[in-house]
Design a protein around this ligand. Structure first.
Ligand SMILES: O=C(O)c1ccc(O)c(O)c1
Ligand SMILES: [Mg+2]
Length: 654
């Protein structure tokens, strides 16, 4: 596949954009006209700069308000076009994008538009340049690809074809199915963009909120599949107008861009393979050879461990907190200052080893935080190979011969993800790396009292606090590299601003992640991001249990603190639900929060923040509840804010 990206999709000067695009392995660019108009060099210099970086200038765009115009206006546009054609020859650019007219002066008769498109194609042909006509979703008369195609077909000129842009079709909820019936060689260029589903003016939506395929909610796969079925063999390009991307360092954007295309190709490739269409396309166009095929999506069977980066002091205080939550010290690393805490299936690694990756993260974050996640999978090397194919850097560390081989990769923001071997006959990572203690051996003395069984059974979810410009990166990374799928997404109110909470999980729900972002600088999420040195980090860890009432009663009895919840919350809960008042009374006395959906119910409770950073949550899922109680986050945030406020008033009064 020839992979391309519009220069409008990235931040930086044109030279910086080209460098970043080339470094990510693209074959070409769409030159966005303002980028050239403001470029300090000549067309020839730009052509050389692009080719020195191994990039072709595939498209010059956009050319506006051409078709359906009164004759005098059209003549002026032709003169403007002649100028652009000469320029494009110097740029070595073969195709001009003409977008559908938005001018109130334009008229809608297809014949007039076709005649004018024919005429510009005739002029372009003298330069051996092709005209691609694109329907803008907010065009005055032409908004859909069928209407654009009608005019292209009527004009019937060898140098006139269609440009398709997934955003314009999918934003209007138009059906892409008929694209498959178009002649593929009359589609001159393909632009792909995804976007979150928003209820807003389509022009604003298009100019500010597009994102890369896999980051939004449009069905880009189906769209691309239809284009390939037409027999299209041209470039696969990204054209993303996004306010966030305009400020994000462009190397990161370019890597995300390439990851998005590779993932899109692989998804559509397997769709074509399963639908049986691939044989026909293979014979016609060898499309299969172009569509990227990474190693298979990893089967994930849970979070094998979460690793904290701490110093010696925090290793002790975190250990005490974990012990108060029912964890026992289950092992000491054979060669490093690293402890393993366990409860049920949960394994928490507390790493205070100097001169290690953990200590670097600790320094960078200026305090304790999460530095790694271990994901269990039967085929760790294959998972790591997929990650590498999809542009994640490997992070393998030197190990002693007796340490287990656990491949690791770098996630957005720098945290590591390890792929931990699981399955019959594979040693657990702890047996290989740790001198393992059992709860009944001496190491269990940390646990305050012997308990019949674990209070907390498994890790329910990992919640991250991310800077706003990392959410899209994380969503794409989770989907493409880890094979997770987007789930529940919510907006919740912090007393100091809004927080947007998105989630991803695997099909068995053994791996769940929540990603919180806030554009306010004063929310708890923003605080966590700042505390992590701006790169994002752990927001909280949630542990699942089978009986939250029993667990919380026991934990409270042994002195564990939880965030207090207002009595008004429980009165409101009684008023808005048909829950048994006795149950609500129990929740009230223990401080347990509640959420429900038609699928099931959710009980949960939060601890205060540890070292002013992350916190823990205890949850119980009932039935098929698949969310995260996000709206109750507001109860926690209000409670924390009021406690802080009260503390500062006390301090003043004293
Ligand atoms: O927003 C625009 O004007 C615009 C221009 C060119 C495109 O290809 C497009 O999709 C949108
Ligand atoms: Mg477009």
């Amino acid at each position: 596949m020839h992979r391309s990206i519009a220069t409008v999709s990235m931040s930086g000067t044109l030279r910086q954009k080209i460098e970043a695009i080339a470094a990510a392995g693209f074959d070409g660019i769409e030159l966005f006209e303002p980028d050239f108009v403001h470029f300090s060099g000549s067309a020839l210099a730009l052509q050389r700069m692009a080719s020195d970086h191994g990039l072709r200038i595939d498209l010059y765009q956009p050319f506006r308000d051409l078709e359906g115009m009164p004759t005098a206006h059209f003549r002026r546009s032709l003169a403007r076009a002649e100028h652009k054609f000469a320029l494009m020859k110097e740029l070595g650019c073969p195709t001009l994008l003409v977008c559908s007219n938005t001018s109130p002066l334009s008229t809608g008769e297809p014949e007039r538009a076709a005649a004018q498109l024919y005429e510009i194609a005739e002029r372009a042909a003298r330069y051996d340049i092709r005209i691609g006509y694109e329907a803008l979703a907010w065009g005055r008369h032409v908004r859909r690809y069928r209407d654009a195609w009608k005019r292209v077909a009527l004009a019937n000129h060898s140098h006139l074809g269609l440009i398709l842009d997934s955003f314009h079709t999918l934003s209007l909820q138009d059906d892409p199915t008929d694209i498959a019936t178009l002649p593929g060689d009359k589609i001159f260029f393909l632009q792909m963009a995804d976007a979150p589903q928003l209820q807003m003016d389509v022009l604003q939506w298009a100019r500010h909120y597009r994102n890369f395929p896999g980051q939004g909610q449009l069905d880009c796969e189906y769209f691309f599949e239809q284009v390939l079925k037409s027999g299209y063999e041209g470039p696969l390009s990204l054209e993303i107008f996004n306010d966030q991307f305009r400020e994000t360092p462009n190397r990161r954007t370019a890597t995300d861009a390439m990851r998005s295309l590779l993932w899109l190709e692989s998804r559509v490739r397997s769709r074509l393979e399963t639908s049986g269409d691939h044989d026909r396309l293979w014979r016609q166009t060898a499309t299969q050879a172009w569509l990227f095929k990474p190693p298979a999506v990893p089967v994930l069977n849970g979070v094998a461990f979460v690793e904290f980066a701490v110093d010696t002091a925090h290793a002790a205080t975190l250990g005490t907190l974990l012990a108060s939550l029912g964890f026992h010290l289950a092992g000491q690393h054979r060669s490093k200052d690293v402890q393993l805490y366990a409860q049920g299936d949960i394994r928490l690694v507390v790493n205070a080893e100097p001169d290690s990756f953990a200590s670097q993260r600790f320094e960078r974050q200026g305090g304790p935080g999460m530095c790694a996640i271990g994901l269990g999978t039967p085929l760790p090397d294959q998972a790591a190979a997929r990650a590498s194919a999809l542009l994640s850097a490997a992070a393998d560390t030197p190990r002693r011969p007796d340490e287990l081989h656990i491949p690791a990769i770098v996630s957005p923001g720098g945290m590591r993800i390890h792929f931990v071997p699981t399955g019959a006959g594979t040693p657990g990572f702890e047996a290989a790396d740790f001198d393992v203690a059992t709860p009944s051996s001496g190491a269990a003395t940390l646990s305050r009292s012997p308990r019949p069984g674990p209070l907390l059974k498994s890790l329910d979810h990992i919640a991250l606090a991310l800077p706003p410009d990392q959410l899209d990166s994380w969503v794409l990374f989770s989907r493409a590299v880890l094979g997770l799928e987007p789930g529940d997404s919510q907006e919740l109110a912090d007393p100091y601003g809004l927080v947007q909470s998105s989630s991803v999980c695997n099909d068995t729900r053994s791996v769940r992640m929540v990603m919180n972002v806030s554009s306010s600088r004063r929310t708890g999420v923003a605080h966590a991001v700042n505390a992590s040195g701006g790169s994002g980090g752990l927001h909280h860890l949630a542990f699942a249990c089978d009986d939250i009432f029993a667990a919380v009663a026991q934990l409270r009895a042994s002195g564990t603190q939880f965030v207090p919840i207002s009595p008004n919350y429980y009165e409101d809960l009684l008023a808005r639900s048909d829950l048994d008042p006795a149950l609500v009374g129990k929740m009230h006395s223990l401080g347990i929060l509640f959420d429900q959906t038609p699928l099931g119910a959710f009980f949960h409770i939060y601890t205060p923040r540890f070292a002013d950073r992350f916190f823990f949550e205890v949850v119980q899922r009932v039935g098929g509840y698949d969310g995260y109680g996000a709206l109750n986050g507001a109860a926690r945030l209000a409670s924390e804010a009021q406690a802080a406020d009260a503390a500062s008033r006390d301090a003043v009064a004293r």
